[in-house]
Write a protein that binds this ligand. Sequence first.
Ligand SMILES: C[S@@+](CC[C@H](N)C(=O)[O-])C[C@H]1O[C@@H](n2cnc3c(N)ncnc32)[C@H](O)[C@@H]1O
Length: 299
Amino acid sequence: MKLRQILKKIIKKQSRKLIPLIYGNNLKKLALFYNTKWGEEEGSHMYAQHYEKHFAPIRFKPLKILEIGIGGYDDPTKGGESLKLWKKYFPKSMIYGIDIIDKKALEEERIKIFQGSQDDELFLKEVIAETGELDIIIDDGSHINKHAIESFKTLFPALKKNGIYIVEDTHTSYWPSLIGEKWSNFGKGSVYLESLTKVGGSLDLNDQNTSMNFFKRLVDGLNYEEFLHPGYVPSYFDKNIVSMHFYHNLVIIYKGDNNEGSNIVKNNILRSFMLQNLGIKSLEELDLEFPSMSQTNDE
Ligand SMILES: C[S@@+](CC[C@H](N)C(=O)[O-])C[C@H]1O[C@@H](n2cnc3c(N)ncnc32)[C@H](O)[C@@H]1O
Protein backbone atom coordinates (compact mmCIF):
# COMPACT_ATOMS: atom_id res chain seq x y z
CA MET A 1 0.00 0.00 0.00
CA LYS A 2 1.33 3.45 -0.91
CA LEU A 3 2.20 5.91 1.83
CA ARG A 4 -0.56 8.28 0.65
CA GLN A 5 -3.19 5.56 0.92
CA ILE A 6 -1.95 4.57 4.36
CA LEU A 7 -2.07 8.20 5.53
CA LYS A 8 -5.58 8.61 4.08
CA LYS A 9 -6.73 5.51 5.95
CA ILE A 10 -5.24 6.74 9.23
CA ILE A 11 -6.83 10.20 8.84
CA LYS A 12 -10.23 8.62 8.06
CA LYS A 13 -9.97 6.34 11.11
CA GLN A 14 -8.92 9.18 13.40
CA SER A 15 -11.64 11.52 12.10
CA ARG A 16 -14.26 8.91 12.98
CA LYS A 17 -13.03 9.22 16.56
CA LEU A 18 -12.57 13.01 16.55
CA ILE A 19 -15.75 14.21 14.82
CA PRO A 20 -18.14 12.76 17.42
CA LEU A 21 -16.03 14.47 20.09
CA ILE A 22 -16.38 17.82 18.31
CA TYR A 23 -20.10 17.28 17.59
CA GLY A 24 -20.84 15.76 21.00
CA ASN A 25 -23.10 18.63 22.07
CA ASN A 26 -25.06 18.86 18.86
CA LEU A 27 -27.52 16.06 18.33
CA LYS A 28 -28.39 17.20 14.82
CA LYS A 29 -24.76 17.13 13.67
CA LEU A 30 -24.19 13.80 15.45
CA ALA A 31 -27.23 12.37 13.68
CA LEU A 32 -25.81 13.46 10.33
CA PHE A 33 -22.39 12.05 11.19
CA TYR A 34 -23.78 8.67 12.22
CA ASN A 35 -26.10 8.74 9.22
CA THR A 36 -29.26 7.92 11.14
CA LYS A 37 -32.45 8.16 9.15
CA TRP A 38 -33.12 11.72 10.37
CA GLY A 39 -30.98 13.64 7.89
CA GLU A 40 -31.17 17.20 6.67
CA GLU A 41 -32.58 16.93 3.19
CA GLU A 42 -36.19 17.82 2.48
CA GLY A 43 -38.59 15.13 3.63
CA SER A 44 -36.23 13.75 6.29
CA HIS A 45 -37.51 13.40 9.82
CA MET A 46 -36.60 16.48 11.85
CA TYR A 47 -36.42 14.67 15.17
CA ALA A 48 -33.06 16.01 16.40
CA GLN A 49 -34.45 19.38 17.48
CA HIS A 50 -37.14 17.68 19.60
CA TYR A 51 -34.78 15.10 21.06
CA GLU A 52 -32.31 17.84 21.95
CA LYS A 53 -35.02 19.68 23.91
CA HIS A 54 -36.15 16.63 25.86
CA PHE A 55 -32.79 14.89 26.31
CA ALA A 56 -30.34 17.74 26.99
CA PRO A 57 -31.35 18.09 30.70
CA ILE A 58 -30.66 14.38 31.41
CA ARG A 59 -27.77 13.78 29.03
CA PHE A 60 -25.04 13.21 31.61
CA LYS A 61 -27.04 10.95 33.91
CA PRO A 62 -26.33 7.21 33.97
CA LEU A 63 -29.45 6.06 32.13
CA LYS A 64 -30.78 2.85 30.66
CA ILE A 65 -32.03 3.48 27.13
CA LEU A 66 -33.84 0.96 24.94
CA GLU A 67 -34.46 1.42 21.22
CA ILE A 68 -36.71 -0.88 19.21
CA GLY A 69 -35.44 -1.05 15.61
CA ILE A 70 -31.71 -1.12 15.01
CA GLY A 71 -31.73 -0.52 11.26
CA GLY A 72 -30.17 -2.32 8.31
CA TYR A 73 -33.27 -4.50 8.03
CA ASP A 74 -32.43 -8.09 6.95
CA ASP A 75 -28.66 -7.59 6.87
CA PRO A 76 -27.32 -8.72 10.29
CA THR A 77 -24.16 -6.63 9.89
CA LYS A 78 -25.88 -3.36 8.94
CA GLY A 79 -27.62 -0.77 11.11
CA GLY A 80 -26.84 0.38 14.63
CA GLU A 81 -26.40 4.04 13.64
CA SER A 82 -28.87 5.38 16.17
CA LEU A 83 -27.49 3.09 18.92
CA LYS A 84 -24.03 4.60 18.33
CA LEU A 85 -25.50 8.07 18.30
CA TRP A 86 -27.19 7.52 21.67
CA LYS A 87 -23.99 6.01 23.08
CA LYS A 88 -22.09 9.14 22.12
CA TYR A 89 -24.78 11.62 23.20
CA PHE A 90 -25.38 9.90 26.56
CA PRO A 91 -21.78 9.20 27.68
CA LYS A 92 -22.72 7.52 30.97
CA SER A 93 -25.65 5.45 29.73
CA MET A 94 -26.23 1.85 28.75
CA ILE A 95 -27.89 1.47 25.36
CA TYR A 96 -30.10 -1.55 24.57
CA GLY A 97 -31.38 -2.40 21.10
CA ILE A 98 -34.12 -4.74 19.90
CA ASP A 99 -34.55 -5.97 16.34
CA ILE A 100 -36.45 -8.78 14.69
CA ILE A 101 -33.22 -9.61 12.82
CA ASP A 102 -30.17 -10.88 14.73
CA LYS A 103 -27.99 -7.76 15.07
CA LYS A 104 -25.70 -9.11 17.79
CA ALA A 105 -22.71 -8.45 15.53
CA LEU A 106 -23.23 -4.74 16.26
CA GLU A 107 -22.78 -5.11 20.02
CA GLU A 108 -19.97 -3.11 21.61
CA GLU A 109 -19.15 -1.65 25.00
CA ARG A 110 -22.32 -0.01 26.43
CA ILE A 111 -24.46 -1.40 23.57
CA LYS A 112 -26.37 -4.64 24.16
CA ILE A 113 -28.64 -6.19 21.57
CA PHE A 114 -31.66 -8.51 21.79
CA GLN A 115 -33.33 -10.33 18.92
CA GLY A 116 -37.11 -10.63 18.84
CA SER A 117 -40.30 -9.02 17.68
CA GLN A 118 -41.75 -5.96 19.35
CA ASP A 119 -45.23 -7.49 19.35
CA ASP A 120 -44.01 -10.53 21.30
CA GLU A 121 -45.03 -9.71 24.88
CA LEU A 122 -43.08 -12.61 26.37
CA PHE A 123 -39.89 -11.58 24.58
CA LEU A 124 -40.25 -7.96 25.71
CA LYS A 125 -40.76 -9.11 29.29
CA GLU A 126 -37.62 -11.24 29.06
CA VAL A 127 -35.69 -8.20 27.83
CA ILE A 128 -36.96 -6.11 30.75
CA ALA A 129 -36.08 -8.89 33.19
CA GLU A 130 -32.50 -8.53 31.96
CA THR A 131 -32.27 -4.72 31.62
CA GLY A 132 -34.31 -3.78 34.68
CA GLU A 133 -36.46 -0.63 34.61
CA LEU A 134 -35.61 1.82 31.83
CA ASP A 135 -35.23 5.60 31.64
CA ILE A 136 -35.93 6.07 27.93
CA ILE A 137 -37.67 3.82 25.41
CA ILE A 138 -37.70 4.70 21.70
CA ASP A 139 -39.92 2.77 19.30
CA ASP A 140 -38.40 2.94 15.82
CA GLY A 141 -39.27 -0.63 14.86
CA SER A 142 -41.83 -2.00 12.40
CA HIS A 143 -44.11 1.07 12.61
CA ILE A 144 -47.04 -1.28 12.26
CA ASN A 145 -49.79 0.49 14.19
CA LYS A 146 -50.78 -2.59 16.17
CA HIS A 147 -47.13 -3.21 17.11
CA ALA A 148 -46.59 0.37 18.32
CA ILE A 149 -49.67 0.05 20.56
CA GLU A 150 -48.84 -3.43 21.88
CA SER A 151 -45.21 -2.53 22.61
CA PHE A 152 -46.31 0.58 24.48
CA LYS A 153 -48.77 -1.41 26.60
CA THR A 154 -46.04 -3.89 27.55
CA LEU A 155 -43.09 -1.54 27.92
CA PHE A 156 -44.53 1.65 29.40
CA PRO A 157 -44.99 -0.05 32.81
CA ALA A 158 -41.26 -0.93 32.66
CA LEU A 159 -40.26 2.74 32.53
CA LYS A 160 -38.92 4.35 35.68
CA LYS A 161 -40.76 7.29 37.23
CA ASN A 162 -39.79 10.40 35.19
CA GLY A 163 -38.98 8.08 32.29
CA ILE A 164 -39.67 9.01 28.68
CA TYR A 165 -41.40 6.87 26.03
CA ILE A 166 -41.05 7.86 22.39
CA VAL A 167 -42.81 6.61 19.29
CA GLU A 168 -41.27 7.61 15.97
CA ASP A 169 -42.84 7.62 12.50
CA THR A 170 -46.47 7.90 13.53
CA HIS A 171 -47.29 8.86 9.92
CA THR A 172 -48.03 5.16 9.36
CA SER A 173 -51.31 5.87 11.21
CA TYR A 174 -52.56 7.39 7.99
CA TRP A 175 -51.45 4.62 5.60
CA PRO A 176 -53.71 1.59 5.22
CA SER A 177 -52.20 -1.80 4.50
CA LEU A 178 -52.07 -2.49 0.79
CA ILE A 179 -53.53 -5.95 0.38
CA GLY A 180 -54.48 -7.79 -2.77
CA GLU A 181 -53.28 -8.79 -6.20
CA LYS A 182 -52.57 -5.22 -7.30
CA TRP A 183 -50.02 -4.75 -4.53
CA SER A 184 -48.58 -8.23 -4.38
CA ASN A 185 -45.36 -7.16 -6.10
CA PHE A 186 -45.02 -3.81 -4.40
CA GLY A 187 -41.65 -3.47 -2.72
CA LYS A 188 -40.49 -6.94 -3.77
CA GLY A 189 -36.74 -7.09 -3.19
CA SER A 190 -36.80 -4.31 -0.62
CA VAL A 191 -37.72 -5.33 2.93
CA TYR A 192 -38.22 -1.65 3.71
CA LEU A 193 -40.72 -0.96 0.92
CA GLU A 194 -42.50 -4.24 1.54
CA SER A 195 -42.88 -3.36 5.22
CA LEU A 196 -44.69 -0.15 4.23
CA THR A 197 -47.52 -2.18 2.71
CA LYS A 198 -48.32 -3.76 6.09
CA VAL A 199 -48.47 -0.87 8.55
CA GLY A 200 -52.22 -1.10 9.15
CA GLY A 201 -53.07 2.59 9.36
CA SER A 202 -56.27 4.12 8.06
CA LEU A 203 -57.62 6.77 5.74
CA ASP A 204 -60.27 7.43 8.40
CA LEU A 205 -58.93 9.94 10.95
CA ASN A 206 -61.31 8.50 13.56
CA ASP A 207 -60.23 4.89 13.10
CA GLN A 208 -59.67 3.64 16.64
CA ASN A 209 -57.02 1.11 15.61
CA THR A 210 -54.34 3.60 14.61
CA SER A 211 -51.45 4.41 16.92
CA MET A 212 -52.19 8.14 16.68
CA ASN A 213 -55.75 7.60 17.89
CA PHE A 214 -54.54 5.32 20.66
CA PHE A 215 -52.16 8.02 21.91
CA LYS A 216 -54.72 10.80 21.39
CA ARG A 217 -57.13 8.92 23.65
CA LEU A 218 -54.50 8.85 26.39
CA VAL A 219 -54.39 12.66 26.41
CA ASP A 220 -57.77 12.77 28.19
CA GLY A 221 -56.31 10.60 30.93
CA LEU A 222 -54.05 13.52 31.94
CA ASN A 223 -57.22 15.09 33.30
CA TYR A 224 -58.93 11.98 34.67
CA GLU A 225 -59.20 13.59 38.10
CA GLU A 226 -61.49 16.20 36.55
CA PHE A 227 -63.90 13.67 34.99
CA LEU A 228 -67.39 14.10 36.42
CA HIS A 229 -68.05 10.43 36.46
CA PRO A 230 -68.92 8.72 39.73
CA GLY A 231 -67.24 5.32 40.04
CA TYR A 232 -64.67 6.03 37.33
CA VAL A 233 -61.74 3.62 37.67
CA PRO A 234 -58.51 5.26 36.44
CA SER A 235 -56.31 3.15 34.19
CA TYR A 236 -52.59 2.57 34.69
CA PHE A 237 -51.96 5.13 31.95
CA ASP A 238 -54.29 7.70 33.58
CA LYS A 239 -52.33 7.39 36.80
CA ASN A 240 -48.83 7.26 35.32
CA ILE A 241 -48.69 9.66 32.38
CA VAL A 242 -47.90 13.26 33.32
CA SER A 243 -47.34 14.84 29.92
CA MET A 244 -47.60 14.07 26.22
CA HIS A 245 -45.90 15.96 23.39
CA PHE A 246 -47.03 15.56 19.79
CA TYR A 247 -44.71 16.61 16.96
CA HIS A 248 -44.70 15.87 13.25
CA ASN A 249 -44.51 12.03 13.20
CA LEU A 250 -43.27 11.86 16.78
CA VAL A 251 -44.96 11.29 20.15
CA ILE A 252 -43.08 11.83 23.43
CA ILE A 253 -44.70 10.64 26.67
CA TYR A 254 -43.48 11.30 30.23
CA LYS A 255 -44.10 8.95 33.12
CA GLY A 256 -44.79 10.15 36.65
CA ASP A 257 -47.44 10.28 39.36
CA ASN A 258 -50.49 11.93 37.83
CA ASN A 259 -52.22 12.79 41.08
CA GLU A 260 -52.23 16.56 41.44
CA GLY A 261 -55.88 16.53 42.45
CA SER A 262 -58.67 18.82 41.38
CA ASN A 263 -60.05 21.86 43.20
CA ILE A 264 -63.59 21.13 41.99
CA VAL A 265 -63.83 17.35 41.77
CA LYS A 266 -62.85 14.58 44.19
CA ASN A 267 -63.15 10.87 43.38
CA ASN A 268 -64.86 11.95 40.15
CA ILE A 269 -67.76 13.65 41.91
CA LEU A 270 -68.15 17.33 42.73
CA ARG A 271 -66.56 18.41 46.00
CA SER A 272 -69.11 19.08 48.75
CA PHE A 273 -68.65 22.87 48.66
CA MET A 274 -69.58 22.77 44.94
CA LEU A 275 -72.67 20.66 45.66
CA GLN A 276 -73.62 23.13 48.39
CA ASN A 277 -73.11 26.08 46.05
CA LEU A 278 -75.35 24.39 43.49
CA GLY A 279 -77.90 23.69 46.21
CA ILE A 280 -77.90 19.92 45.64
CA LYS A 281 -76.93 16.89 47.71
CA SER A 282 -75.59 14.70 44.89
CA LEU A 283 -74.80 14.75 41.20
CA GLU A 284 -77.80 12.55 40.43
CA GLU A 285 -80.06 15.55 41.09
CA LEU A 286 -78.56 17.19 37.98
CA ASP A 287 -79.95 14.40 35.78
CA LEU A 288 -76.75 14.13 33.81
CA GLU A 289 -76.23 11.28 31.39
CA PHE A 290 -72.85 9.63 31.90
CA PRO A 291 -71.50 7.97 28.75
CA SER A 292 -69.47 4.78 28.90
CA MET A 293 -65.86 5.49 29.86
CA SER A 294 -64.51 2.21 28.55
CA GLN A 295 -62.41 3.91 25.86
CA THR A 296 -60.39 6.22 28.07
CA ASN A 297 -60.07 3.47 30.63
CA ASP A 298 -58.85 0.92 28.10
CA GLU A 299 -55.39 -0.45 28.98
C1 LIG B 1 -36.32 2.27 10.65
S1 LIG B 1 -35.25 0.94 11.00
C2 LIG B 1 -34.48 1.50 12.49
C3 LIG B 1 -33.48 2.58 12.25
C4 LIG B 1 -32.62 2.99 13.41
N1 LIG B 1 -33.39 3.17 14.63
C5 LIG B 1 -31.91 4.29 13.09
O1 LIG B 1 -32.44 5.39 13.35
O2 LIG B 1 -30.79 4.21 12.57
C6 LIG B 1 -36.42 -0.24 11.54
C7 LIG B 1 -35.83 -1.56 12.07
O3 LIG B 1 -36.88 -2.26 12.73
C8 LIG B 1 -36.72 -3.64 12.55
N2 LIG B 1 -38.01 -4.32 12.73
C9 LIG B 1 -38.98 -4.53 11.80
N3 LIG B 1 -40.01 -5.20 12.35
C10 LIG B 1 -39.69 -5.39 13.66
C11 LIG B 1 -40.36 -6.04 14.74
N4 LIG B 1 -41.56 -6.61 14.59
N5 LIG B 1 -39.74 -6.07 15.94
C12 LIG B 1 -38.50 -5.51 16.11
N6 LIG B 1 -37.83 -4.90 15.09
C13 LIG B 1 -38.41 -4.84 13.90
C14 LIG B 1 -36.17 -3.77 11.15
O4 LIG B 1 -35.45 -4.98 10.99
C15 LIG B 1 -35.29 -2.51 11.03
O5 LIG B 1 -33.95 -2.83 11.29
